[in-house]
Each structure stands twice: as C-alpha cells, then as structure tokens.
Design a protein around this ligand. Structure first.
Ligand code: ADP
Length: 544
C-alpha cells in the first residue's frame, strides 16, 4: 500500500523562493573584488537569480548544459548558484587556483557553454579562452563601467549589463529531482580531475543535513561566514543551507588574510565561520598578535584537512569558540561527519574531550560509513582497528561525470581513500590518506599524528610528515617544517619535543626545514611536491 502524501520534486528553486518569501530582508553581505562592502537581501538575490534565468534563456542555453563560474565568494556568485541550477542548467564551479592547463582541460571536459568570472581572474581567462571552443559567452562579473577594455576576449560582456534588461519574474521549471544541478571536479592530485555531478535531490538532502543541530546547527538567528570557497564543493553546501534557514550570510570575497577575515567577523556579528585549517591559522596569528577577542563568534567549522589539536585548544580555551571538526570530500557533496560531543562526553576530563574533538566526529544521518581491512573484511567499530574508509548515502557519488574511472563503487560503497578507525559511539578518526600512510617495520605510522605534535610547538607554523625509504624498516617518517615568522627552532629541539608524546618508533627520524609548505588548489599540503623536492634525500642513519 502506498502512502497518501503529496509528492514534490526536491528542486533547488524551492530553496531560494522560500528564502525570498520568509526571509526576504535576510542580509547578504559581501566584500567585493572592487574592495567595498556590498549589502543585499535574499529577496534581491532571488530576483536577480530570475533575471539570470531569463538571460540564459535569451542565450538559448539548454536544460542540462553547463554554465561555469570562476569567482570568489560573493552575492553575484550566489545569484548564479540559484539562477543556473533552478532554471535546469548545471552550475559548474571552477577552481581559480588550478593551473591554466588543468583549467582548460576541465572546461573542455565539462563542455561549458557560458563562463562567468570575477574580473580579478581576467589574466587566467586570457590564458585559456582560445583553447575553450565550447564556451560561447564570456561574462565579467562587474558593471559596464568596470568592464575590462581591450581584454582580447571575444564578445565579453558585463554581468550587470547582461541581466539589466531582463524581467525579475520567472516560472521555474519543475525538474526531475534526480537531474543534475551542479558539477565540481576533484583536485586530481593523481591523474586528471574527475567531475562529481550533484543532483537537485542530493543537494537538497545534503542541505537539510548541514543544518541539523549536530552538524552545523544553522538557524535564522545566525550570521554565517563561509570562508571555504564557493568554487570548490559548493562552500560545503552553505549557500543552500543558509538560504534554507534565512540566516545572514557574509562573504569574504578575495580577502582571506587574517585581518580582513577578523574585521568581517566582528563588523557583521558573525556567529559561525567555516574554513580549512590554513585560513584559521592566519586569523589566529592576527588575533593573537594584536590581543583581539571575538565578541559574537561562538563556533567554527574546520575541515578539509585535519584540524591540529593546538588550534582546537586555542579557539576553545583562549577565545571560547567551539570547534566543529568536520570531514568530507568532493565526492560526498562534501559533508560526511562532524564532531559534536554527546551528553555523556561532557562529563569527561578536558584532556579526554580534547582527544575526542580531534576526531572527525560522527557520520551525519544520511551517510553510512564502514572500514575495510587489508583482506577486504569489514572491521568492527572498536576504536582500535583501522582500515580503508568507505561511504554510501544520498549525497555520495555513484559514478564520475562521463564515466571517468569506470565502476568506482565496492558493493555499492564509495572507497574514500582515507584510512580511519571508528569507535562504538560512531566517532571516526582519520589517520591518513591511504597514499600518505607510512609503513614502518610492518606497522602503520599516522602522518597526521606526527604533524599534530609538531604543530603544537609554538615555533611551528605548518608541518608535513612524509615517509622515506629505509632498507630495514621499509619507510621511516621525517617531518618537513615551516616556522612562524621570526621563530627559531632546531632539529634536535623539535625531536626532543616529541619525547613522551608518542611511541618512540613513531618519532620522526629527521626534521627538514622549508620556508613554506606547498599547498594545493584546495588549501591542502601537497605531499607529492615535497616527496619530489626531497627525492635525493638520505635519512641520517643511512648517510653516515
Ligand atoms: P580533493 O578534491 O583534494 O579530493 P576534497 O576537498 O574532496 O578535495 O578532499 C577530501 C579529502 O580531504 C578527504 O578524503 C580527506 O583525506 C581530507 N579531509 C577532509 N576533511 C578532513 C579532516 N577533517 N581531517 C582529515 N582529513 C580530511
């Protein structure tokens, strides 16, 4: 017997129309490429999203065709998010930190038809446009007066001119909820990037999950600052989740330095900010150096790579800001788990709580996780055994765009490439990417743990642990360290700092100092580059 309830397609247009109706005056504040602070509302963003839909109709962009953006976090990008997907086209967010070669490859692979870009990325567009034959329209996200002159981009038009004459009404089509809504490519550290094609349904369900109390706990009373970029994995789904709740949204634009981010947090009374550890490192350094406080921010979502315990402690103990350590990936839309404590954990000692908060937390409802051992056996959640982490759920990839990589699932589960252990309460600890695992004497050493210890040293800005070949032990860890400005630290001092903090055999054999750790397009440490840089290096025990 079927239930007798109404059935509506889960369409992204519903989110923005809801926001316009119930939170019409809800604020959206952006620091613009132009440098000023711009203020708008959900009502206005919805109206301009409808104008975009009309403008795309005028260009005869068909349903399902890809419309690309190359832009910072800002209100125009938000309008494009909703205008493109709600009208049945596919929003394709491009990552400006990619190399032009890779960018051109992705644009061609996606067969983008229109490309909207922030004027700060004009040089990048100039470098790639002649290699992108599928793109018929280039749109600079500015008004007519700011349109770059003699850009060399054929037919370049200004965004404001593009939508100016269009009506702000639009009959959103009802699209099959399983149809594609947006496309994001993985960073492709190995091989070509692969496209993850999100559907209206997956995006909607993911947004519901992001809002839940044990996830990001968003409400209409929040003021949310997504520092995580809208150009990669939809800023962790925050543009949709925020519109679902009507919370205030604050966009940082291109200014991601500590001072600019801090000023926005204070001026716009931000309650929740979301970003990768490297961004918070810059902000904490600014706040610490200038003796500042946070007057409204009460929680921060940190993910994308492991959040060092020293950062969790600084936020919580010194600034009374709760850290929500989150794990996810492009293939998971991206949210998989968030670390929020249960009642029973609040009675634990501060040390035990800190240890728990270092974990990537519990899966949010809608995501199932399992870990698999060396022999392919499913391992128990005992907090002891670690194996390859696999995920399945409503917003997990089934296959890559255009079938790249073939069949990717293992009995319906997506292999994440992460190595993790999970305890009886569902708390998951990621110990490594499987390709970064260090195998020493038949045991695995967690590079994340080695890095976390180094990063707890006050002189260390960033640390990356990599394995070096060893004839007897297979591999031994060394830690590559970038120091904070004006800080001094010797190899022996750092190695002494490890004593008592981890098992002796897990202490790195050597410390290599570098001016800066190379970062990839999504702000993660590029260990491949480091391994390359130190390919002729010999461990001290071998070079004697
Ligand atoms: P990419 O395009 O590089 O895959 P993602 O943002 O999809 O970019 O990266 C996902 C990966 O990032 C995860 O598989 C995991 O290895 C790592 N990651 C994400 N969040 C965390 C976290 N909180 N702790 C440790 N690793 C994390």
């Amino acid at each position: 017997m079927l239930g007798l309830m109404q059935q509506h397609e889960l369409n992204i247009s519903r989110i923005i129309e809801f926001a316009a109706q119930c939170h019409g005056d809800g604020e959206i504040v952006s620091r613009r490429v132009e440098g000023d602070i711009h203020r708008t509302t959900y009502r206005e963003v919805a109206a301009r999203a409808r104008k975009i839909a009309n403008a795309l109709d005028a260009m005869q962009v068909e349903q399902g065709q890809r419309v690309a953006t190359l832009a910072w976090n800002g209100y125009r990008h938000m309008e494009l998010y909703f205008g493109i997907s709600s009208s049945g086209r596919v929003l394709h967010t491009l990552n400006p930190r990619l190399h032009p070669e890779q960018l051109a490859w992705i644009i061609n692979h996606a067969e983008d038809t229109v490309l909207c870009f922030d004027t700060s990325f004009l040089p990048l567009i100039q470098a790639v446009h002649s290699r992108c034959p599928t793109v018929k329209h280039w749109i600079a996200m500015c008004d007519g007066a700011a349109l770059p002159k003699e850009s060399g981009i054929p037919g370049l038009i200004a965004y404001e001119d593009w939508i100016a004459g269009q009506p702000d009404t639009y009959d959103w089509p009802v699209v099959d909820e399983n149809s594609a809504a947006s496309l994001c490519y993985t960073s492709g550290t190995t091989g070509n990037p692969k496209g993850v094609l999100y559907s209206h349904r997956s995006t909607m369900l993911h947004s519901y999950a992001v809002v839940m109390p044990d996830a990001m706990c968003l409400s209409a009373r929040d003021s949310v600052l997504p520092v995580v970029p809208m150009f990669h994995v939809n800023a962790w789904g925050l543009p949709y989740a925020a519109a679902m709740t009507g919370c205030k949204l604050v966009f940082p634009g291109p200014a991601m330095d500590g001072k600019s981010v801090y000023e926005l947090i204070e001026n716009e009374k931000v309650t929740l900010a979301a970003g990768v550890p490297t961004v918070w490192q810059m902000m904490l350094a600014h706040v610490q150096a200038n003796g500042l406080r946070f007057s409204t921010m009460n929680r921060t979502v940190i993910g994308g790579s492991a959040c060092p315990p020293a950062m969790i402690q600084a936020f919580q103990n010194d600034y009374k800001v709760e850290v929500l350590h989150a794990w996810g990936m492009t293939e998971l839309s991206p949210l998989g788990s968030v670390c929020t404590l249960k009642n029973k954990h609040l009675a634990e000692s501060p040390e035990a709580q800190l240890k728990r908060r270092q974990s990537q937390g519990r899966p949010i409802f809608g995501i199932e996780l399992r870990i698999k051992g060396h022999e392919g056996q499913v391992l128990p959640w005992d907090g002891q055994q670690s194996g390859e982490l696999q995920a399945r759920g409503h917003w997990v990839v089934g296959e890559y765009f255009k079938g790249e990589g073939g069949e990717i699932l293992d009995e319906g589960w997506f292999p994440t490439g992460d190595v993790a252990m999970i305890d009886g309460d569902g708390f998951m600890l990621i110990t490594d990417r499987s390709k970064d695992v260090i195998k020493s004497g038949g045991e695995w050493i967690s590079s994340i743990e080695v890095e976390n210890i180094a990063m707890a040293h006050p002189a260390v800005a960033m640390a990356a642990c990599i394995g070096m070949r060893h004839p007897k032990w297979d591999e031994r860890p060394v830690v590559v360290v970038a120091l904070k400005p004006n800080a001094t630290l010797t190899r022996d001092e750092l190695l002494a700092f490890y004593q008592g903090k981890t098992a002796k055999w897990q202490i790195p054999d050597d410390v290599l100092f570098v001016p800066a750790i190379p970062l990839g397009a999504t702000g993660k440490m590029l260990k491949t580059k480091l391994r390359d840089q130190f390919k002729d290096y010999q461990l001290p025990s071998l070079s004697a």
